[in-house]
Write a protein that binds this ligand. Structure first.
Ligand SMILES: *[C@@H]1O[C@H](CO)[C@@H](O)[C@H](O)[C@H]1NC(C)=O
Ligand SMILES: *[C@@H]1O[C@H](CO)[C@@H](O)[C@H](O)[C@H]1NC(C)=O
Ligand SMILES: *[C@@H]1O[C@H](CO)[C@@H](O)[C@H](O)[C@H]1NC(C)=O
Ligand SMILES: *[C@@H]1O[C@H](CO)[C@@H](O)[C@H](O)[C@H]1NC(C)=O
Ligand SMILES: CC(=O)N[C@H]1CO[C@H](CO)[C@@H](O)[C@@H]1O
Length: 383
C-alpha cells in the first residue's frame, strides 16, 4: 500500500518496517501501516479545495480531531473486543489520539497486501460484494446480540462524531431529514413528499454504520488472469456512527456492482445480508422482516444517490477517476461510469415514484429529483 494510489486526501499513509530486537519481534508485526492526520493537512486540503482557507484554524483542528479519533477509536475498540476477524476490519496495533497531542494523531494497523486500486469504472464481482455485505452483517449481528456493546460504541467511538456532526454540515439521516424539511418549507407543493422523506426508512433502532462504504473504501484483490475479485478489508471508518445500517448496503451495492449485476442480483444480495444478520444474532433485528428491510433499502436508496451519485455526473470528478488510463481505455471507462450512473439514478427514480410520489407522472418524478439535487448542490458537504 505504499503507492500513491492509496494516499488519503487528508491523512498521510506510510508503511513502516520495524527493525526490532528478536524478543520483541515475535510480539509485534514486522510491517505496520501508519495513518497520520494533522491539523495542517486538514487546512491544506480545505485550501486546495476551496482556493482559500475559509474556516478558522481552531474549527479545522476540531474537525480533524473528530474524524481522526472516530476512526482510531473504532479500530482500537474492535481489536479489544476481538471483532476484527470476520468483520473485514484491519487489525490494530497502537496509536495516539488527539486527546493526548493537540495537532497530530496517528494509529498503526495491519498492512494489507495485493490490493487492486479501484475507480468508479470498475465492476466488482457479485461474490466480492457479497463478502462486504456478510462482513457488515456479522459486525452488526455481534452488536445486536449485545446491546451493551452497542451503547458502549456510541459513547466511546462515535460520541464526538455524532454530537459534533454539525462541523461539516452533519452526516446521514439527520442531515437528510433537515434537508428535506427545508425543501418542504421552500417548496410548499412538495410538502407531503418532503416530509415523507424526512421521516424515511427509520429502522427500529440504529446500528453501526460506516456511512461512506463505497467501492473505494473497501480494499479488493483481483486476479487478472481469472478475473476473480475478493474483498480484503473495509477501511476509512472516519464517519462511523450509529445510524440505519441499510445505508452501507445501499452505498456498496450501487457503487461496486456493474449495472447488469445490480439489476440481476440485488435481490439475492439483500437476502444474503438479511440471512447473515439474522442467523448470527440472538437479539432482535432492526427490521420486523425481510420485507421491511427490503422496503428500507428502497426508501434509503434515492437519498444515497442524491448525496453521492451526482459526483458521477461531474466532469471534473469523472476525469480524475480516469486520469491514469491510456486514451483508448479512457473512453471505455467513461462509458462504464455513465452506465453505472444511469442504472442507479434510474433505480432511485423508480423508488421515488413507488414510495414518495402520489402523482406517478414522469414530470413529477424528475421535478422531485431536480429539486433535491438543487438543494444538495447548494449545500454540498462532499468536497
Ligand atoms: C501544507 O502546505 C504547505 C505549503 O503548501 C506545505 O509546506 C506543508 O508541508 C503542508 N503540510 C501538510 C501536513 O500537508
Ligand atoms: C461494467 O459493466 C457494464 C455492464 O453492466 C459494462 O457496460 C461496462 O463496460 C463494464 N465496465 C468495465 C470496466 O468492464
Ligand atoms: C452467519 O450466518 C451465515 C448465513 O446463515 C452462516 O453461513 C455463517 O456461518 C454464520 N456465522 C458467521 C460468523 O458468519
Ligand atoms: C464539479 O466538481 C468540481 C470540483 O469539486 C467543482 O469545482 C465543480 O463546480 C463541479 N461542477 C458542477 C457542475 O457541479
Ligand atoms: C472536539 C469537540 O468539540 N468535541 C465536543 C463534541 O461534543 C461533545 C458533546 O457536546 C463535547 O463534550 C465535546 O467537547
Amino acid at each position: 500500500m505504499a503507492t500513491n494510489d492509496f494516499l488519503g486526501l487528508v491523512s498521510s499513509i506510510f508503511v513502516l518496517n520495524l527493525d526490532l530486537a528478536s524478543d520483541i519481534a515475535q510480539l509485534v508485526p514486522h510491517e505496520v501501516l501508519l495513518k497520520l492526520t494533522s491539523k495542517q493537512s486538514m487546512i491544506n486540503v480545505s485550501k486546495s479545495l476551496s482556493g482559500k482557507c475559509s474556516k478558522e484554524d481552531e474549527e479545522l483542528r476540531k474537525a480533524a480531531r473528530i474524524v481522526h479519533n472516530t476512526e482510531h477509536h473504532l479500530y482500537q475498540r474492535i481489536d479489544q473486543l476481538e471483532m476484527a476477524e470476520g468483520c473485514g476490519i484491519p487489525k490494530y496495533f497502537g496509536g495516539i489520539d488527539y486527546s493526548t497531542v493537540l495537532d497530530t494523531g496517528y494509529f498503526l494497523i495491519e498492512v494489507v497486501k495485493d490490493v487492486h486500486p479501484v475507480r468508479y469504472y470498475d465492476n466488482i464481482s457479485m461474490k466480492a460484494v457479497s463478502q462486504v455485505l456478510e462482513s457488515l452483517a456479522r459486525l452488526n449481528a455481534k452488536l445486536i446480540s449485545n446491546r451493551d456493546l452497542l451503547s458502549n460504541f456510541n459513547d466511546k467511538i462515535c460520541a464526538d462524531f455524532s454530537a459534533n456532526n454539525s462541523i461539516r454540515g452533519g452526516y446521514g439521516i439527520e442531515r437528510c431529514a433537515a434537508g428535506f424539511l427545508s425543501i418542504a418549507s421552500r417548496y410548499p407543493n412538495l410538502d407531503r413528499e418532503a416530509n415523507l422523506l424526512a421521516s424515511f426508512a427509520e429502522s427500529d433502532y440504529p446500528l453501526l454504520c460506516h456511512w461512506d462504504c463505497h467501492l473505494g473504501n473497501v480494499l479488493w484483490a483481483k486476479d487478472e488472469k481469472s478475473n476473480k475479485w475478493e474483498m480484503l478489508k473495509i477501511v476509512d471508518w472516519q464517519t462511523v456512527h450509529l445510524n440505519n445500517p441499510i445505508i452501507d448496503v445501499c452505498r456498496i451495492t450501487f457503487s461496486a456492482l456493474s449495472p447488469d449485476d445490480f439489476g440481476q442480483h440485488l435481490e439475492s444480495l439483500l437476502h444474503l445480508y438479511y440471512k447473515t444478520l439474522s442467523e448470527n444474532t440472538t437479539g432482535q433485528l432492526p427490521w420486523k422482516s425481510f420485507e421491511t428491510m427490503r422496503k428500507a433499502y428502497d426508501l434509503v436508496f434515492p437519498l444515497q444517490v442524491i448525496l453521492v451519485g451526482y459526483l458521477l455526473g461531474n466532469e471534473t470528478f469523472v476525469e480524475r477517476q480516469v486520469s491514469r488510463l491510456t486514451d483508448s481505455e479512457k473512453s471505455k471507462a467513461r462509458c462504464s461510469i455513465e452506465a453505472k450512473l444511469h442504472s442507479y439514478v434510474n433505480y432511485a427514480a423508480r423508488c421515488v415514484e413507488k414510495y414518495y410520489l402520489l402523482q406517478k407522472s414522469t414530470h413529477a418524478r424528475f421535478r422531485f429529483v431536480n429539486e433535491c439535487n438543487e438543494y444538495i448542490a447548494g449545500n454540498s458537504m462532499l468536497d
